[in-house]
Design a protein. Structure first.
Length: 450
């Protein structure tokens, strides 16, 4: 597919680290293969979005049923993620990740049948596979490469969305008649290849993985959250609601508005911008440390809305690019701050919980918008929903995590590692040595201090 460069960038992010020279080739390979496999699983869950107008025309799906294709996926996903949000499950991450890939292959087999029941059931099965793979992939990447892998579930979501939506859109444009079948047959074949590679990589590192994924304590490690974590979940929820509404409804809305370029490019540009913003987060954190991403999200919605009113498609596409940057920064920043300092087992559990909450908020929003759209029309309903999301982004921006928080967490982790590996004797520790000069010894007469 044309988006193979995004996989290369994603793998480069996973392998990049100031301590990469200290890692074995097997560890780097595990990080890259698992990250790519997770992105590919999410590519399949996003590949359906460009097909929704085709389903509407060929299967006669209503706005509510098209929303249900998303809700069937996310509803199952959220339940599985909540079950997986326990560190004791994460120690089985290698087996769970392989199972997630296998279930995703079964989902592709169902979706390739291209009938209404098969699509709905296939989406539910896709949610099962995604839920199993999310925490497992996050834990395995952190176990292999450490702190640089903490944002893998956020970045994998967006990179997968780019590959899935972009590749499916290309197939719809080139072969619309067979696209509902061909998209999932190609994706299933790619998943089988990655499954074989993942099994091989995980078998090579089964002993290091077992050590890294062992819970820190013998007792169950609780997922105690802090009150300030509410702002982190709120930031992630707003970003994921925005991207979900856009992916589910953009194509259909732009068909109704007669904006073909926006239909073909807006969602893909949004996802590419979002993934690029996540990959560039270390640079952005130093150039724009005050940014949270939510301000850009609100600004992009306004720009895209004005472009749609004026029927200027380049402005609409530019607005969605700004939205994508805001989503990418806000979603990843919140996840990295939430999981900083966590063990690989706790990392996997927190990543599952974060995904469950954000996807749950997105599913609820999509379902409500679909139900209202059946009565009031999709275009006015989506315009109103976009206004609500923009307003919430502005309000949440006050307490949202900033990019500088991700730098701070990385610096603190580096200092902790340094202090453990090379302890330094500080000033107070030297004081006893200075006092020894005044002590007496058998061979030296006591020195008078008076």
């Amino acid at each position: 597919m044309k988006d193979k460069t995004d996989v290369a960038c994603y793998c480069a992010l996973v392998m990049a680290s100031p301590h990469s020279s200290d890692r074995s080739t097997a560890a780097v390979a595990q990080g890259a293969i698992v990250a790519s496999g997770f992105a590919l699983v999410l590519a399949g869950t996003n590949a359906i979005n460009p097909l929704l107008p085709v389903y509407r025309d060929t299967l006669g799906l209503s706005a509510l049923v098209m929303s249900l294709t998303f809700v069937a996926y996310v509803g199952t996903l959220v339940v599985v993620l909540l079950l997986m949000a326990r560190p004791r499950f994460t120690r089985h991450a290698p087996v769970l990740f392989g199972a997630g890939l296998a279930v995703a292959v079964a989902s592709d087999a169902l979706l390739s049948l291209a009938s209404e029941p098969a699509v709905l059931v296939g989406r539910a099965v896709a949610g099962l596979g995604g839920g199993i793979a999310t925490g497992a992939a996050s834990a395995l990447v952190v176990a292999a490469i450490g702190d640089p892998g903490r944002g893998v579930s956020a970045t994998g979501n967006l990179v997968g969305a780019v590959i899935g939506s972009g590749g499916a859109q290309a197939i719809v444009s080139l072969a619309p008649a067979v696209a509902p079948y061909l998209v999932f047959l190609i994706h299933g074949a790619l998943l089988v290849v990655v499954l074989v590679a993942s099994v091989s990589a995980l078998l090579v590192r089964r002993a290091p993985n077992a050590d890294a994924l062992r819970p820190v304590t013998s007792a169950a490690e609780p997922l105690a959250l802090r009150r300030r974590d509410i702002a982190l979940f709120a930031s992630g929820c707003i970003g994921w609601v925005a991207v979900s509404l856009a992916l589910v409804d953009n194509a259909t809305v732009f068909v109704d508005l007669g904006l073909p370029a926006a239909r073909a490019l807006a969602s893909t540009v949004m996802l590419v911008a979002s993934a690029a913003a996540q990959l560039a987060s270390p640079v952005l954190a130093r150039r724009l440390p005050w940014a949270s991403g939510l301000g850009a999200l609100a600004l992009g919605i306004v720009v895209a809305g004005l472009g749609a009113i004026a029927r200027i498609e380049p402005v609409v596409i530019a607005g969605f690019a700004i939205v994508g940057v805001g989503i990418g920064v806000s979603y990843r920043t919140a996840l990295v701050v939430l999981t900083r300092g966590s063990s690989p087992a706790r990392q996997g559990a927190l990543a599952s919980l974060y995904a469950a909450v954000t996807y749950g908020a997105a599913a609820t929003s999509v379902l409500v918008v679909g139900a209202i759209a059946d009565e009031a029309g999709l275009v006015p309903t989506l315009v109103a929903a976009a206004g609500v999301v923009a307003a919430l982004a502005v309000v949440a921006c006050i307490r949202a995590p900033r990019l500088r928080d991700t730098i701070a967490s990385a610096d603190v982790a580096a200092r902790v590692r340094t202090s453990r590996a090379d302890p330094v004797v500080t000033g107070p520790a030297r004081r006893p040595a200075r006092r020894r000069r005044w002590r007496t010894s058998p061979s030296t007469p006591a020195r008078s201090r008076g």
